[in-house]
Design a protein around this ligand. Structure first.
Ligand SMILES: Cc1ncc(COP(=O)(O)O)c(C=O)c1O
Length: 350
């Protein structure tokens, strides 16, 4: 790119991105031509919302475990477009996927325009029953947007089989690619990037507009997405069995880590094992405490970083009101680290 930028951006980029598509669908499934690249899931979700031509009164259902970038984008659209947002409260602790399904579907009807659900929720680390939600919404004629920011590399994925109208995800989380590698998967070719490039007016008959528009959004660094194939190959070299084996190993480790932390917090797991992939969250107390004067988002997180050198997110949601701590497990983690965290929590809580 730097040696010959004009050739890179004008001649090579589309070919290289098509090669990236071929490698990526081996991990996430689907048809390469339905894959548009974006810098991250935040931009992916916003690109879809802004392409939908939302009108006053259009109803969108989200739930209380959704990532705040989606919620914030919807709040903006409430003000600018007059859409109406319904917030479903998904319980936590949760007994099983039925509770999540029912909580979301209670707010959905044939007048709903779109339902947004994370594949794996950010604060609570729950695998949501997206297949059932997508199917039920489909039968009502309701669009679905699945926010899979945390899914590739954490759980087995087939974006085509899920059947959502839109699936958004990242490779810079669990596939450990360079940052800036996100994607949109959709058959809806009316979806456009948030910004149109200097080439958007070209009338091409060799390539559909969806790929033309997403493949070039101005002079940008596309190397993150062009490195995803190498990130996948790196993991496959590291662990026999590749990603399926890595997911199994990380899942087993997070369950052991959860047990250790549950003992320190004197609590029970907040979700069944089947709703957990390679992250787990713990309810600490009701929302509200811990946020005043915090350097991070919570004074407990501050103390864990400063006094123990441990970086774990401590977050809150408002419905049900709760304060959480979330652990994750990847190949570089070991059970000793969760034991150390448990000791630190024990001392801090005392
Ligand atoms: C569910 C969910 N959606 C979206 C995002 C945002 O991802 P990014 O910062 O890559 O845009 C996150 C980040 O943690 C997330 O957990």
């Amino acid at each position: 790119m730097e040696r010959e930028p004009v050739r890179f951006f004008m001649i090579e980029l589309e070919r290289l991105l098509d090669e990236a598509r071929q490698s990526i669908v081996k991990l996430i499934g689907g048809d390469p031509a339905s894959l548009g690249f974006v810098p991250n899931s935040t931009i992916g979700v916003a690109s879809i919302l802004h392409s939908l031509n939302l009108k006053p009164g259009d109803e969108i259902v989200v739930n209380s475990h959704e990532y705040m970038s989606a919620i914030n984008e919807l709040s903006r659209l409430e003000k600018t477009r007059g859409i109406k947002v319904h917030l479903a409260t998904v319980p936590f602790p949760i007994a099983g996927p039925d509770e999540a399904y029912e909580a979301v579907m209670k707010h959905v009807s044939a007048t709903t325009k779109l339902v947004i659900v994370s594949h794996i929720t950010s604060p609570t680390a729950l695998i949501m029953p997206i297949e059932r939600i997508v199917e039920s919404c489909g039968s009502l004629g309701v669009l679905t947007l699945i926010d899979g920011a945390h899914a590739p590399g954490q759980i087995q994925l087939d974006v085509e089989a899920i059947g959502a109208s839109y699936y958004v995800g990242n490779f810079h989380k669990w596939v450990s690619s360079p940052r800036g590698a996100g994607f949109i998967y959709t058959h809806d070719k009316t979806i456009e990037p948030l910004a149109l490039s200097s080439r958007a007016h070209y009338d091409r008959n060799d390539r559909d507009a969806f790929r033309c528009l997403f493949d070039y959004v101005g002079t940008n660094d596309y190397s993150a997405v062009l490195s995803v194939a190498e990130s996948i190959a790196f993991h496959e070299d590291l662990v026999p069995g590749g990603f399926p084996a890595i997911m199994e190993q990380n899942h087993a480790l997070v369950l052991r880590g959860r047990e250790v932390v549950c003992q320190a917090l004197n609590t029970e797991p907040a979700a069944p094992d089947s709703m957990i992939a390679c992250m787990a969250s713990f309810v600490l107390c009701e929302a509200g405490a811990g946020q005043d004067d915090a350097e991070y988002e919570d004074s407990l997180q501050d103390a864990l970083v400063r006094e123990y050198g441990v970086q774990v997110p401590v977050m809150q949601i408002q419905s049900p009101p709760a304060r959480f701590l979330r652990i994750s497990a990847h190949l570089y983690n070991s059970i000793e680290q969760y034991e150390y965290l448990a000791r630190a929590l024990g001392e801090l809580i005392k």
